[in-house]
Design a protein around this ligand. Structure first.
Ligand SMILES: NC(=O)c1ccc[n+]([C@@H]2O[C@H](COP(=O)([O-])OP(=O)(O)OC[C@H]3O[C@@H](n4cnc5c(N)ncnc54)[C@H](O)[C@@H]3O)[C@@H](O)[C@H]2O)c1
Length: 419
């Protein structure tokens, strides 16, 4: 019988933390969610979920069961396990661990002996031992490994993915010692089908950076090939489809307008930061960043070419962007390439409108028109298909007499101009 009133406390209720509290509650755990954004907490307490993977119904069901949400952290002291899922952004192109440190201070102020603390935020190898533990120990005067347990587990959540979800995606874990590892394994086995143990927290931290840097580098490679294939008059999409028929040794990646979200454009910087401490850049990361960062301006240059071929000037033209989220069927626009594309088009005098059924507003330095629906396309000189939300498949594009530039390689747009 545990001496704790609650099984789990989670700090940071965003794309990672909210699914964790709701799914853990579904698995029968008694859960406390803490977020320091009071407006967000009010909405969550009323059963309004800001993310697509957790519906309002799912959240309400959990709240009626064993989930409590608050903007005050005191109840953390009653939780046997505490998971940290706060942001780890870049500030001035450098890893910013201020949120992790703040969460560590909150834990230290509310700590109880024998608690198990697990960091899930993406970060560079060494953070758990070099940053998290010293911060907690310096305030609480308790000792990691003796008075409380600590570990790291990277989060692999893929918002919008209907095949690989919270429960069936294997979870990598490690503690700072055998006892911590055992406790952390026990915990995740209650909520996730398969738990994969690695020997240390540095290895677990590095797993996440390998996974995301692998995607970043391969996306950059296929983007570069797409640019070169266009110059060589080769259809990259046909090439990718044919290469995919190889049943071994090839994983396909698709060209696109660039990379977005809170992982792929950011995490490789955490890796470079760490390797620069030993005087070594990760050359693949730097090259991949250079290529992926140029994709928005490449898209604009292709649109310019298309408009030239139609003998239409860019200045004062009307361009509609379909989809501004960084990937399909979600509302996340963080780091979305659509932002650079729109700002670039506006700087060329284009009147830009966008339509995205998931996105209420876009954080831009320029003014654009947000369409509420898309029944009429006649006023546009060109449509840029930026995000292939499932809902767009209902549009009869064959009937639209406006040139389309497809940045996504979507099947039903195969007759359009493509990346
Ligand atoms: N979004 C993803 O798909 C994804 C996937 C895997 C890993 N990650 C990583 O997980 C971490 C969290 O990402 P996210 O997308 O969930 O972020 P998010 O911005 O959606 O959510 C973070 C939440 O933490 C809260 N917060 C910040 N500081 C706090 C503090 N000191 N105390 C309490 N609450 C605090 C914020 O108010 C916010 O609600 C990041 O390290 C990210 O890189 C994200």
């Amino acid at each position: 019988m545990s001496k704790f009133k609650q099984d789990l406390g989670v700090i940071g209720l965003g794309y990672v933390g909210l699914p964790l509290v709701v799914e853990s509650c579904n698995s029968g755990l008694n859960v406390f969610g803490y977020d320091n954004n009071s407006d967000k907490v009010k909405k969550l307490q009323n059963g309004t979920s800001p993310i697509e993977d957790i519906s309002d119904e799912m959240l309400k069901k959990a709240l009626q069961k064993d989930l409590t949400i608050s903007d005050s952290p005191e109840a953390l002291k009653d939780c046997e396990y505490i998971v940290i899922s706060v942001p780890t952004p870049l500030t001035d192109y450098q890893p910013d661990l201020s949120y992790v440190k703040a969460a560590a201070r909150t834990i230290a102020e509310n700590i109880s002996k024998d608690q198990v603390i697990i960091l899930e935020s993406t970060t560079y190898p060494g953070t758990t031992i070099e940053v998290l533990i010293p911060e907690i120990e310096s305030i609480s005067e308790l000792k990691a490994g003796k008075d409380f347990h600590v570990g790291y587990s990277p989060e692999r959540i893929d918002p919008g993915n209907e095949t690989w979800n919270f429960k069936n995606t294997p979870k990598v874990i490690s503690g700072i010692d055998d006892n911590s590892t055992k406790k952390i394994k026990n915990f995740y086995e209650k909520i996730i089908d398969e738990v994969v143990e690695v020997s240390g927290t540095k290895e677990a931290e590095m797993v996440k950076l390998l996974e995301n840097t692998y995607r970043h580098v391969n996306i950059a490679f296929i983007n570069e090939l797409a640019i070169l294939c266009n110059m060589l008059d080769i259809d990259i999409w046909e090439v990718v489809e044919a290469a995919k028929t190889k049943p071994f040794g090839f994983e396909s990646f698709r060209p696109g307008p660039g990379v977005g979200g809170h992982c792929i454009p950011i995490d490789p910087n955490y890796l470079s930061f760490k390797t620069r401490q030993i005087g070594k850049p990760v050359r693949f990361v730097e090259l991949a960043q250079e290529i992926n960062n140029t994709m928005p301006s490449y898209i604009v240059s292709r649109i310019l070419e298309k408009m030239n071929s139609l003998q239409k000037p860019m200045k004062n033209s009307n361009i509609l962007i379909l989809g501004v989220a960084y990937k399909k069927d979600i509302s996340d626009t963080r780091e979305s390439p659509s932002i650079d594309i729109i700002e670039n088009l506006v700087s060329k005098g284009v009147n830009v409108s966008f339509y995205d059924p998931y996105v209420e507003s876009l954080d831009l330095n320029v003014s654009v028109n947000k369409e509420q629906d898309i029944s009429n396309f006649d006023n546009y000189d060109l449509i840029l298909f930026h995000t292939s939300h499932s809902e767009f498949s209902k549009i009869n594009f064959q009937e639209i007499d406006v040139p389309i530039f497809d940045a996504t390689g979507t099947d039903y747009l195969s007759n359009s101009e493509r990346i």
